[in-house]
Write a protein that binds this ligand. Structure first.
Ligand SMILES: NC(=O)c1ccc[n+]([C@@H]2O[C@H](COP(=O)([O-])OP(=O)(O)OC[C@H]3O[C@@H](n4cnc5c(N)ncnc54)[C@H](OP(=O)(O)O)[C@@H]3O)[C@@H](O)[C@H]2O)c1
Length: 280
C-alpha cells in the first residue's frame, strides 16, 4: 500500500501535496496515459499551463483515471500575452474550457514579464476569478520579491505560492528565505534539473549510494527537507513511483551541506532571469 504524500497548508487555507506531477511536454494520447499513470501512482497535484497546450490532455487524463475531481488539485498558468485584466479573465475561462473543468485549485501568473508591466491587471483578474469560484487559490510563478511587493502594494493580496526554478544547482536560498518571511509557499519547477547531468554528479551519486536510493530520490528528499513543494515530471511509471517514495529516509547535516555547495549564481538551466526574461 502506497504512503499518502504529505500535504502543507497554504496561507489561504488550501492543503496541497508536497509532491505533485509536472505535465510540461505531455500531450495527446501518450501524454494522457503518462498523466493517468501518475494519478494511479498516487499523485494528486497536477501542474499544467495554458502555454503547454495540454490542459485538454490533463482534463482527459482526469476522466480516464476515475478518481474523483475533488481528490485532485489542478494548477494552470496564465501566459504573458493575456496580462491585461479583460484578457486574463477570458484566458482563465478558456483554460477551464480546454481542461473541461469547473474550477482550478491553483492558478498562477506564469511569468511577470516586467518590461510589459501589465501583471497587476492580471493579478486583479485572478483575485476576481477566485471570488467568482473559478479558482480556489491564486499564486505566481517566476516572480522576484520586487514583483510580489508590487502585487501587495497595489491590490493588498499576496500570492499563496510562487513556482520558481529551483534545484541543487540553483537553490534560490535568498528567495526561499524571503518567501518564508512572507508566508508564501515555494514550489520548484524542474526540480530534477530536467535530469541533465544529475546521474553524472559524483556528490549526488555518493549520497544516493549511502542511502541506497536513486539520485532523483536524493534530490527530491533534499527539496522536501528545505521545505519546497516539487512537481517532477516522468513518463516512466517506475520513476513516477520512485519520485514520490522519499519519506523513508532523511539526509543528514553533512549531506545537506554538500548539496548546498552545488549551487551557483549561474546555475539556471536556460539562463531565464525573471528580471529580464519574458514569455508570451
Ligand atoms: N513555471 C515555469 O516557468 C515552469 C518551467 C518549467 C517547468 N515547469 C513545470 O515543472 C515541471 C517539472 O519540470 P521539468 O519537466 O522541466 O523537469 P524535471 O521534472 O526536473 O525533470 C524531468 C526529466 O527528468 C527525467 N526524470 C524524472 N524522474 C527521474 C528520475 N528519478 N531519475 C532520472 N531522471 C528522471 C524525466 O525523464 P522520463 O520522463 O524519461 O522519466 C524528464 O526528462 C514541468 O513538467 C512543468 O509542469 C514550470
Amino acid at each position: 500500500m502506497q504512503e499518502v504524500i504529505p500535504t502543507r497548508t497554504l496561507r489561504d487555507g488550501l492543503d496541497i501535496p508536497v509532491i505533485g506531477f509536472g505535465t510540461g511536454g505531455l500531450k495527446g494520447m501518450d501524454g494522457a496515459q503518462a498523466i493517468t499513470s501518475a494519478i494511479h501512482n498516487g499523485y494528486r497535484l497536477l501542474d499544467t499551463a495554458y502555454n503547454y497546450e495540454n490542459e485538454g490532455t490533463v482534463g482527459a487524463a482526469i476522466k480516464q483515471s476515475n478518481i474523483s475531481r475533488t481528490e485532485l488539485l489542478i494548477t494552470s498558468k496564465l501566459p504573458g500575452r493575456f496580462h491585461g485584466y479583460d484578457d486574463a479573465v477570458h484566458a482563465i475561462q478558456e483554460s477551464l474550457f480546454r481542461a473541461d473543468l469547473d474550477y482550478f485549485d491553483l492558478y498562477l501568473i506564469h511569468w511577470p514579464n516586467p518590461k510589459q508591466d501589465k501583471f497587476i491587471g492580471a493579478w486583479q483578474a485572478l483575485i476576481d476569478a477566485k471570488k467568482w469560484g473559478l479558482i480556489r487559490s491564486i499564486g505566481v510563478s517566476n516572480f522576484l520579491p520586487e514583483h510580489i511587493e508590487r502585487l501587495e502594494k497595489e491590490t493588498g493580496v499576496l500570492p499563496s505560492i510562487n513556482q520558481i526554478e529551483l534545484h541543487p544547482f540553483f537553490n534560490q536560498a535568498d528567495q526561499r528565505q524571503w518567501h518564508e518571511e512572507h508566508d508564501i509557499a515555494t514550489e520548484a519547477w524542474s526540480p530534477l534539473y530536467r535530469a541533465q547531468d544529475i546521474t553524472n554528479n559524483s556528490v549526488l551519486q555518493q549520497i544516493a549510494d549511502k542511502y541506497q536510493k536513486s539520485v532523483g530520490q536524493v534530490i527530491l528528499r533534499w527539496h522536501y527537507q528545505i521545505g519546497t513543494i516539487t512537481i517532477p515530471k516522468s513518463t516512466s511509471p517506475q520513476r513516477q513511483i520512485d519520485n514520490r517514495s522519499i519519506f523513508d529516509f532523511a539526509l543528514d547535516y553533512e549531506d545537506m551541506e554538500a548539496i548546498a555547495e552545488l549551487s551557483s549564481d549561474n546555475g539556471r538551466i536556460n539562463d531565464q532571469d525573471p528580471a529580464v526574461y519574458e514569455e508570451f
